[in-house]
Design a protein around this ligand. Sequence first.
Ligand code: SME
Length: 159
Amino acid sequence: MSEQLIISGGEKNDKYQTLLQQLPALMDEQVDNVANMSNLVAALKQTFGFFWVGFYRVQADELVLGPFQGPIACTRIKKGHGVCGVSWLEERTMVVPNVHEFPGHIACSDQSKSEIVVPLFKAGGLVAVLDVDSDEFATFDEVDKIQLEKILEWFSAYY
Ligand code: SME
């Protein structure tokens, strides 16, 4: 795998393109999905400096904390609870410009102000969600939604 992650300047779309080109080199089909999830969240954290980025995985009737980068976080989330739980329930990406206005938002950190949660599908089923938190309001938009959905669709093969 490559040892150095190249981070482009410019608009965030440019950063996503540069990241996408390098992601295959960071993945390893021979190892378990924890290793690949770990490198994916690390590459996102390095590229964008997100406050918190990580996976919650479906385990029985709840989401359980997976590989992440950032401050400590809550371990379990029920279906329909918080932004992650609603994303799981409704099987869709949630873009939340102000977490204080989201009913039932789970505040793992009081520094978190906006959030995007993107589902990961494998063989037609939702197996995990990628949660990205920002310490500023309105960080995420349609560009993040499109690009993160694209990344997760591609990443599904390594999960
Ligand atoms: N805020 C999330 C919980 C996870 S932490 O942000 C890492 C939610 O409401 O689902």
